[in-house]
Design a protein around this ligand. Structure first.
Ligand code: PHB
Ligand code: FE
Length: 344
């Protein structure tokens, strides 16, 4: 792998940023990519990530579908809050402006053997490389946001076209609430959001809004269950109501959260339908701390010192409540705020 020939090309998504890429492999058709000391390579089934440590190259292997689903979230969420672990070995940490990419840093056996590696990049540089990888490695017919039952098996095998429309989906940019004048639209058959196959029993009526004259543009309500029943993606919390630093981010979930998220703040979950099992681990070591099954109506606060991954056996609705107050990560890291909101 060390003999791979990488050349810089101009990013097609980030102005003035270069991406280091190889020629397409003559057998599989996929390109390889390099970012600092990290190299990314894929074959028909696997993504391989390697980095330098102790004078050699350490390499890690992941199923390519899991890798692409994870990288898709990292890109779409602008590296999210805190840590986005692609699995137990590889992931990113958002430093808000810069991003750390690591291999083995939070995996005890590699860390204690000195086989881990961390590098910090300007956010646009790592974003450009991740987007270039997705553009090249996502084949026609595979949607990394879709539930496995709803997308093609074309994720495997040699390179076969692309799916730029799926990977360029932007997160719904809601300013206050969907459906307000000038804000993001509500979802309907007419604008391309049919009811999902697993939510055909969700009532589709909208609330009646009766405003006093003069307040017609100030008062607004919509059926959130209807809105979510028409979500075409999984594990993609989107900002659906904004009040100062309080962000309501409901989402629909099916199968496995493609990342293991390390929180840098407390976040609240309200299970709106069906159920999700959460595996909760220590953020630093990965040691198991809890496994909880949340059923419709259950509420949980996820602490600031954990990583977690959700398992949703059928499509379910989850309300994620995020606190975007600036400097929260610093307050938790310095101990000024406890990692949990309630002392039992
Ligand atoms: C989370 O890590 O808190 C998280 C991420 C994506 C989701 C739900 C929860 O869809
Ligand atoms: Fe989280």
């Amino acid at each position: 792998m060390g003999d791979m020939n990488f050349k810089p090309i101009l990013s097609s998504t980030q102005p003035q940023v270069e991406v280091m890429t190889s020629a397409a492999d003559p057998t599989t058709g996929y390109r390889s990519f390099k970012l600092g000391g990290f190299e990314f390579r894929r074959d028909e089934y696997f993504a391989r990530i390697s980095w330098p440590a102790r004078g050699q190259r350490v390499s890690h292997v992941m199923p390519v579908d899991a890798f692409l689903r994870a990288m898709m979230r990292d890109v779409a969420w602008g590296f999210f809050y805190g840590w986005v672990n692609f699995d137990h070995v590889v992931g990113t940490r958002n430093l808000y402006g810069k991003v750390e990419l690591y291999g083995g840093r939070y995996y005890g056996p590699m860390k204690s053997a000195g086989l881990d590696h961390t590098e910090t990049f300007e956010s646009p540089a790592i974003m450009a490389t991740f987007k270039a990888i997705l553009s090249d490695w996502v084949n026609a017919g595979f949607d990394p946001f879709a539930a496995p039952e709803e997308t093609g098996k074309t994720v495997y095998g040699p390179k076969n076209g692309d799916n730029l429309a799926a990977i360029d989906r932007i997160r719904v940019p809601t300013k206050r609430m969907p459906g307000l004048p000038g804000d993001s639209p509500l979802r309907s058959d007419a604008n391309g959001f049919p009811i999902n196959r697993q939510f055909t029993d969700v009532p589709q009526d909208e609330p009646e809004v009766k405003a006093e004259p003069g307040f017609e543009k100030e008062l607004h309500a919509f059926n959130l269950f209807k809105y979510l029943s028409r979500s075409d993606v999984t594990w993609n919390p989107s900002v659906t109501a904004v009040c100062n630093a309080s962000l309501a981010c409901p989402t629909t979930e099916e199968y496995i959260l493609p990342i293991v998220h390390g929180n840098d703040r407390v976040e609240w979950f309200v299970q709106m339908s069906d159920e999700i099992t959460w595996e909760v681990q220590d953020k630093e070591t990965g040691a198991l701390r809890a496994r909880i099954t949340m059923k419709a109506g259950d509420v949980a606060a996820m602490p600031a010192d954990i990583r977690h991954q959700g398992f949703s056996p059928k499509r379910s609705m989850l309300f994620v409540w995020e606190n975007a107050t600036p400097d929260l990560p610093k307050l938790y890291e310095s101990g000024k705020l406890k990692p949990y909101p309630v002392e039992f």
